[in-house]
Design a protein around this ligand. Structure first.
Ligand code: PFF
Length: 520
């Protein structure tokens, strides 16, 4: 088999922008405020930072290191990368399947939500929702757009479908141009742009005036206090810990296999320690500084402390797609701010969704020796078909189901496998050396112990607690309304089939390798 030349990053800033692009996404500006508000603001932030230090940062270093290591053996995805960490073990590569499956599952619904942001930035410019001034009508606008009801605003799902098509094509075009010419180039433009948009919005929100006499206390300072005044009373509540850890994973894109894939295109001598930390810092700036200064303080000033958690609790998208347009509607230049808000989300979304697609595409390229163009077309056809499930069965809870398996469960599981593999199977001493190979910084020594003991124990505790608290109700679908059960069941069967198909593909790929004399 003739080997192709592997794609690579054009510059160090390029890969940092791409990894930060993967990390900074809808999770920073939509999911974070919702999670923080649902879990009591200040009560959420302590577990959040603990999880960042003990799980998020170590996993970022681990994924950069093992990705670069596996890339040296010509592998860009978790099955091959895991295999190269421990060639003697024939089963390890199958754990790696989660690193293709998880991002693929997230991509199925994420691109659809991303397309709403494109639609809403267009609606902001053409003032399609500008006459709406109350929560119920803005909610109806969103439901009409999503095809959940027909109303005065939308008579079919067609506009949503068209925006989805455009979004999907944008993603495929970026992917078709490869690592350096597509992803890197796009992220180098999108990341600075979205930071500028976010800074403008944050400054606008933080300079909102003094509250009127009828609503004393509804001020920006109190809005910030809602998030930043620590509340120690909730530290004993495991669900706040679960939510905070889940957010750290989701926002950093770790425990997924995507950072690992990006890092596989590094060269052996490239730094991973400082670059990984820089990407984390960019993400956290976008999340807690910018993300935390837009939605929550603005909603606090306009709707008051009581309303925030109930709005967040009433639907995952209400803060972003209902509350924010209403808030901008009360400001001068509302179209401009609406456009900036949704435009920011769109750019952040695309830089993340392309990273979710990359593992599956790279898997086809590396392990089946298919050209990038062909791999993108094949991947595009399969995912496009699957996305239709999320689009047409949104109201049946399919998106929540995909988010649970792809965006919560697989992540923790994959991260646990990764950290045990790196710290124990590969061995912490080799691991420590590997992280520091070519490194531009020295990682504090304590992280050697954190990676070996604390991170795995933390993850196992999360998994076990979660298992005992939630496993049975989830399997039995206790919380699913009975009319939705067939759809959820069908989604689960579909997910199993995709997973099994990937397992079979790994088996076939390795058999072909063996046949080709490259060793299994
Ligand atoms: N980190 C992204 C966000 O915060 O929106 C989401 C994400 C990207 C999840 C890449 C998973 C992934 F593979």
């Amino acid at each position: 088999m003739a080997k192709k030349i592997r794609d690579s990053w054009g510059s160090r800033i390029g890969i940092i922008m791409a990894v930060a692009g993967s990390a900074v996404g809808l999770g920073n500006f939509l999911r974070f405020p919702v999670q923080a508000a649902k879990n009591g603001g200040g009560a959420f932030m302590i577990p959040y930072f603990v999880a960042l230090l003990l799980v998020g940062i170590p996993l970022m270093w681990i994924e950069w290191s093992i990705g670069r290591y596996g890339g040296g053996f010509g592998h860009s995805t978790a099955p091959g990368v895991f295999h190269s960490l421990r060639e003697k073990n024939r089963f390890i590569k199958y754990f790696g399947v989660i690193g293709i499956f998880g991002p693929l599952v997230i991509m199925i619904y994420y691109t659809y939500i991303e397309s709403w942001t494109l639609a809403y930035s267009f609606f902001a410019l053409v003032q399609k929702y500008s006459g709406i001034t109350d929560q119920a009508s803005m909610q109806a606008f969103l439901r009409g757009f999503q095809g959940l009801e027909r109303n005065e605003y939308f008579s079919s799902i067609a506009p949503a479908y068209i925006f989805f098509l455009i979004t999907f094509i944008v993603n495929m075009v970026v992917l078709k141009h490869g690592i350096r010419g597509g992803i890197e180039r796009f992220c180098k433009f999108a990341m600075p742009t979205l930071f500028v948009f976010a800074i403008i919005l944050a400054v606008r929100v933080l300079t909102l005036g003094i509250p009127d006499a009828a609503r004393p206390g509804w001020s920006i300072t109190n809005g910030l206090g809602y998030l930043w005044n620590p509340d120690f009373s909730q530290l004993k509540n495991p669900s706040v810990w679960l939510a905070a850890t889940g957010q750290i994973f989701f926002t950093l894109s770790v425990g997924m296999g995507v950072i690992l894939t990006y890092a596989s295109y590094l060269k052996r001598g490239d730094d991973v320690a400082l670059s990984g930390l820089t990407a984390v810092s960019m993400n956290e700036t976008a999340e807690v500084v910018l993300g935390g200064s837009i939605v929550i303080p603005a909603a606090f000033v306009f709707f008051g402390p009581m309303a925030i958690s109930s709005i967040a609790g009433s639907g995952a998208f209400n803060l972003g797609f209902v509350t924010m347009p209403l808030i901008f509607g009360q400001m001068p230049f509302s179209e401009g701010f609406g456009f900036l808000w949704f435009g920011l989300l769109f750019l952040a979304g695309v830089t993340s969704s392309v990273s979710m697609a990359q593992p599956a595409i790279a898997f086809l390229e590396d392990e089946f020796n298919i050209s990038r163009e062909k791999a993108v077309v094949l991947f595009g056809i399969v995912t496009f078909t699957l996305c239709n499930g999320a689009i047409f069965f949104l109201g049946k809870g399919v998106v929540d189901e995909l988010d649970f398996w792809g965006g919560t469960f697989c992540l923790v599981l994959f991260a646990t496998v990764e950290v045990i593999l790196f710290g124990w199977v590969f061995g912490i001493n080799r691991a420590w050396e590997e992280v520091h190979h070519g490194a531009d910084m020295k990682i504090p020594f304590i992280y050697k112990y954190i990676i070996k003991y604390v991170t795995p124990v933390f993850l196992l505790v999360v998994l076990v607690t979660w298992f005992f608290q939630k496993w049975l109700p989830i399997i039995r679908m206790d919380d699913v309304p009975s009319e939705n059960k067939p759809y959820i069941l069908a989604t689960r069967v579909g997910l199993w089939l995709i997973f099994l198909a990937l397992v079979v593909m790994v088996k076939v790929a390795w058999r072909r390798r063996k046949g080709g004399g490259e060793g299994a």
